[in-house]
Design a protein around this ligand. Sequence first.
Ligand SMILES: [Zn+2]
Ligand SMILES: [Zn+2]
Length: 366
Amino acid sequence: MKVQAAVAVGKEQPFIIKELELDEPRAGEARVRMVASGVCHTDAVVHDEWYPVPMPAVLGHEGAGIVEAVGPGVTSVVPGDKVVLSMSTCGACEYCLSGHPSFCVNMWPLNFGARRMDGSTAFTDENGQPVGSHFFGQSSFAHYSNVAERSIVKVPDSTPLEILGPLGCGIQTGAGTFLNVLKPWPGSSIVVFGTGAVGLAGMLAAIASGATTVIAVDIVDSRLEFAKTLGATHTINSKNEDAVARIKEITHGGAHFALDSTGNKVVFVQMLNSLRPLGHGAMVGAAAMGSEAAVDVGALLMTGIKLSIVLEGDAVPQTFIPRLISLHEKGLFPFDKLITKYRFEDINKAFADSASGVTIKPVLVY
Ligand SMILES: [Zn+2]
Ligand SMILES: [Zn+2]
C-alpha cells in the first residue's frame, strides 16, 4: 500500500514527506495506523548521524495507533486494538528473560539497524529502492508502518492515543529510572539534572513515589520555572550557582537520589558529588562516544554511593506502560503537561522547537 512518511535523508537536511510503498506485515508484525508519535532526542541524534543508522530511513520511535492487520503468528493484538509502541527486543536472551530487555543482546540491530533481521525493509521509494524501516521496531514517522510485535503494548480502549506515544521512550526512560531503579521512598530527597522530557518525567514519578524534597537543575530559567509548576520544591540554575554546594545545603548533606538526563560529562560528576552517603544516582543521558569524566575515585570510597546506568527506564514496556497510564488516569502522573502537539506535516518545526528548547516534548498528530 502507498503511505505518507517523513524520510530522513542525512545530516542537517530536513525530513522530506513523501509517498512510499509499504509491504505486507510479515510473521511477528502488525500493520499499525499511527494516530500520533512523539519526537525524542534519539531521533534528533540519529538524524544528525551520531550513530551509523543507514539513510534514507523513516525514524520515529514513540508511536501510538491502531492495529489494522496482523501477520502470521501474532497473538498479542488483533485489528482494532489501540497500541503504544516502544523499543524492539528479542524476547529470548538472558537480559530479555530476566526482565531487563533494554540490554537485549540484539538491541542495536533491532532498534538502530533500520532493517528487519533478514535485511529487508518494509518501505521502498518510487524507484523501488529500499528506505529504512523498523527503527525501534516501528518507524513511527509514517501514517502506517509494519511494527514488530515485541514493540507493541496494547492499551485500554478508553485511553487518549494522541498523548500516549511518548510513554514508549522518553517518558518511560525518566519515570522508569525512578520507579524501577532508584525507588525513592516517601519523604526522600531527589535531584534531576536537566529538565527536558526525561528529567521532568522522572521528577513527576519521584513525586508520585512520595519524594518531598524535589530539586530541579538546569541552565534555562524558563525551564526551571516550569519545573516549579510541576512540583519542584527547589530550582538551581547551575550557570549562576554551584549546584553541588546548593544541593548539599538544601538537603543537609546531599540528596538520597539523583538522575542525570543531560549526557554532559561535567553534570555527570556534579550528580555523583551531589549525593549523600549511600545515595543512589542514575545516568540516562546520551553522551557522545569518547566523553570522559574526571571522577575523584579516592573521595568516592568514603561515600558508599551507588551509580546505575539506565536505558529505557529498565522497563518491560508491556507491563510498565499500563502502570504509567493508570497513574496518569488517577492524576498522579500528569506527563501530558510536557507535551506540545504539532501536525505531522510540521515535523521539521517540531524538531527545531525541541532543539531550541521552545518545546519539551513535541508530539506529531497524523
Ligand atoms: Zn533479548
Ligand atoms: Zn527515545
